[in-house]
Design a protein around this ligand. Structure first.
Ligand code: 8QM
Length: 733
């Protein structure tokens, strides 16, 4: 589109249009406005702003590629930096032309390399899994905050190396930056409410000393050390990442979820061929165009499709309208993951095309890939709501309902049993005995991690689970502690009364259903009574790794407190707070204070009696602790029985036999009484040995074995303790 020497008379003037593409009405439903703009001509003049605009694919795409005529150096928003003071120092990449742009873009392309992104993948997958565990525990959830925002917020700031404190400034900053490309309307004013504070935080984050050593931020500064850019420019490029990297990706995810809910057939296709996710990403960006518009400024008189556009004009490019121009696309308003999206301008086009798209694509593939394995179907559970922004097409609320994949219960291989000698049996407190188990010939024992337990065969046919409470770095012994409960089904009584020093007993290899989260920045350990056992091992491990943690141990009285002396002598004594039910009020545990304001990446571990754990977990959830940061294990003997229990039927799928389960029986008891073989171990929903697939009906889960997400699928249950909500369960037996 070169400047041409033509008489102005031979060129026609672009038609005038009185339309405000930044009004709330336009932004709420931009599509009719986009059609008007396209149909009015290849170039139109927006009288309200005195600027030119283009909305057809051919012209938008051509202008984006002709950076010499349509420059970025005078701003990518409405404001002309040649005439107005920019709201912040201009971006040295987005709002720059060659040669500066070439140099700064070169720096980011050296930082955001494929190998660098590949290194992030595994960690992202883990984080996606943790987020989905929490979100999918509920069949209804808010798609924007719980998923579309939660995931990028979890991975992107870490990838850049942003400090954990103050990350809540990131989204307000981006909202402000994207509004600032538009006119000074009420939207911009509103998002600028806390501008000074938010901008100051961002500026601080961009400094070298505030960036983590391994992130993209530090990599950018490493380029300053090579002399490619100055120290100040490095800070500006970090600011670019923080301006452009979060809300854009968030919205690609949010729009994708919205599209999947409206097009279940396409979600089904993705589930069948996950390789379609890559193309889906581009189709979402085309179809929804999270970035709707950008501006350029003409550097010379030019003509577009026979119409004159003078030098020094702001030109508004409607990326979103170009992406749905019927002159270019067949059925443009149809979301179709199989279409060829080549040439879409959702990432811009030409020298300024989005440099972060590979990172966004990676995030998208990881989350959508994880969802594809677990979610069969998305449905809207109410109306979505949009958040108006001068540049972004942003979903604010997306109420979703999901139907989950049937999780076939994993085949769990029975681990080998070990025969160990009781080297020491010791009364730790009234009714609490510890047992030190060693290899009879003194060999090293299989290693265990903090939180692990042993299945202990108390006697033939009676197996119970006990947490290991010694230091996990010890290899010569296992230490368990057992509370004698005369009301329970005999395990603890038998261990107290029938097992002596010198005796050999059979135990499983250590199993861990209560592991520490590797990524925790800080851990809060909370034990009630005998729940101290796994917590002791955790404290021992955390102190040895130099981790930040605090431990709370609640018991009925000092006399009934097991391991008191060990704790007082330990290397972590200073981290421990003791709380006695019969002690002075000021030493009781203050849940509100202990659980207040969870830092990002603080993990909570709770073990104790059910009522205790319920209180702690309820208090944590009330203070917005994310589910993925809550870890808990019920200690033995905590199966719920209620007076409301009623009779129901179970049907064996293989034989169609129907067996009645009476209100005073467990499913396991009813099955065994009818001669149906079933392997049982703990009989209290802790070990998972009896896990059975449920083909129809809804179980009433009472175990502490399945994860909340597994439970929500209703595809398996533990017949040793769980019951039925429906009148019949069809079991895969
Ligand atoms: C939009 O600050 C910047 O450099 C910058 C801000 C916003 C973007 C790009 C760069 C395209 C995502």
């Amino acid at each position: 589109m070169a400047a041409v020497n033509m008489n102005a008379a031979e060129l026609s003037r672009a038609p005038d249009l009185d339309l405000d593409p930044f009004s709330l009405g336009f932004l709420a439903d931009p599509y009719p406005g986009h059609a008007r703009l396209r149909d009015a001509g290849p170039v139109v003049r927006l009288t309200r702003y005195g600027i030119c605009a283009m909305a057809r694919h051919a012209e938008v795409s051509a202008a984006l590629q002709d950076w010499k005529t349509f420059c970025s150096g005078r701003g990518a928003g409405l404001s002309d930096f040649a005439k107005e003071e920019p709201w912040r120092p201009p971006s040295i990449i987005l709002e720059a032309d060659p040669p500066l742009h070439t140099r700064t873009r070169g720096v980011l392309s050296k930082v955001l390399t494929r190998p660098a992104l590949m290194r992030l993948r595994e960690d992202m997958q883990q984080k996606a899994g943790a987020i989905l565990d929490g979100v999918l525990a509920d069949s209804h959830f808010e798609g924007v905050s719980r998923l579309a925002e939660a995931f990028p917020l979890r991975v992107f700031p870490d990838a850049v190396g942003v400090t954990p404190d103050g990350r809540e400034n990131l989204l307000p900053y981006e909202d402000m930056a994207f509004n600032a490309f538009g006119p000074r309307n009420a939207l911009l004013e509103a998002s600028m409410a806390k501008a000074a504070e938010v901008t100051a935080w961002i500026a601080k984050q961009c400094r070298r000393e505030n960036l983590a050593p391994n992130g993209f931020g530090a990599e950018i500064y490493a380029q300053a050390d090579c002399g490619t850019i100055t120290e100040e420019e490095a800070g500006m490029l970090v600011r670019t990442l923080l301006s452009a990297g979060l809300d854009t990706t968030i919205q690609s995810l949010a729009h994708a979820l919205h599209c999947f809910a409206l097009h279940p057939d396409q979600w089904q296709a993705i589930r069948e061929s996950p390789s379609l996710i890559r193309d889906t990403f581009d189709e979402v960006v085309r179809y929804a165009s999270p970035i709707q518009t950008f501006f350029r400024t003409t550097t010379r008189d030019t003509e577009i499709a026979g119409m004159q556009v003078p030098q020094g004009e702001k030109v508004l490019l409607f990326l979103a309208a170009a992406n749905r121009d019927p002159r270019h696309w067949r059925e443009p308003d149809r979301f179709d993951i199989r279409r060829n999206t080549t040439g879409h301008v959702g990432f811009g086009y030409g020298i300024h095309q989005c440099i972060g798209q590979a990172l966004a694509r990676l995030e998208f593939e990881v989350v959508i890939g994880a969802l594809a394995k677990r979610v069969r179907r998305f449905e809207l559970d109410g109306s979505p709501a949009f958040r108006p922004n001068n540049t972004l097409r942003a979903l604010e609320h997306l109420p979703l309902r999901v139907e989950l994949e049937i999780a076939r219960p994993a085949v769990r291989v029975t681990p080998a049993m070990l025969e160990l000698r009781v080297a020491r049996k010791c009364l730790e407190a009234p009714d609490i005995c510890s047992f030190e188990l060693v290899h009879p010939s003194g060999k090293e024992l299989p290693q265990f991690a903090a939180g692990a337990h042993l299945d202990v065969e108390v006697r033939e046919g009676l197996t119970r689970q006990y947490s290991l409470c010694n230091d996990p770095s010890e290899r010569h012994r296992y230490l368990i502690a057992v509370l004698r409960e005369s009301t329970s089904r005999g395990g603890s009584v038998a261990l107290h009364g029938e097992v002596y020093e010198g005796q050999v007993i059979r135990v499983s290899e250590p199993k861990n259903h209560f592991p520490l989260a590797a990524e925790a920045h800080r851990s809060l350990l909370v034990a009630g009574g005998i729940g101290i056992t796994p917590i002791l091992a955790m404290a021992q491990h955390l102190i040895s790794t130099g981790a930040d943690f605090e431990m709370h141990y609640c018991t009925r009285s000092i006399e009934r407190t097991a391991f008191l002396e060990r704790i007082r002598q330990s290397s972590f004594a200073s981290r421990v707070h003791l709380h006695f039910d019969d002690g002075a009020p000021e030493q009781r545990m203050d849940l509100a204070k202990t659980l207040e304001a969870p830092g990002t990446n603080t993990h909570l571990y709770v073990c104790g009696p059910r009522g205790f754990m319920d209180a702690v977990l309820t208090a944590a959830r009330a203070r917005s602790w994310p589910d993925s940061n809550l870890h808990y294990e019920f200690f033995a003997g905590e199966v719920r029985h209620t007076d409301a229990d009623s009779d129901f039927d179970v049907e064996l799928a293989s034989s169609r036999r129907v067996i009645r389960v009476r209100r005073d029986q467990t499913v396991a008891q009813a099955l065994l009484a009818e001669g149906v073989p079933l392997r049982l171990s703990c009989e209290q929903g802790v070990c998972g040995t009896c896990l059975t697939a449920v083909l129809e009906g809804i179980p009433d889960h009472r175990d502490s074995y399945l994860t909340p997400a597994e439970r929500a699928t209703n595809c398996s249950f533990t017949p040793c303790c769980s019951r039925a909500r429906s009148s019949r369960l069809v079991l895969d037996l």
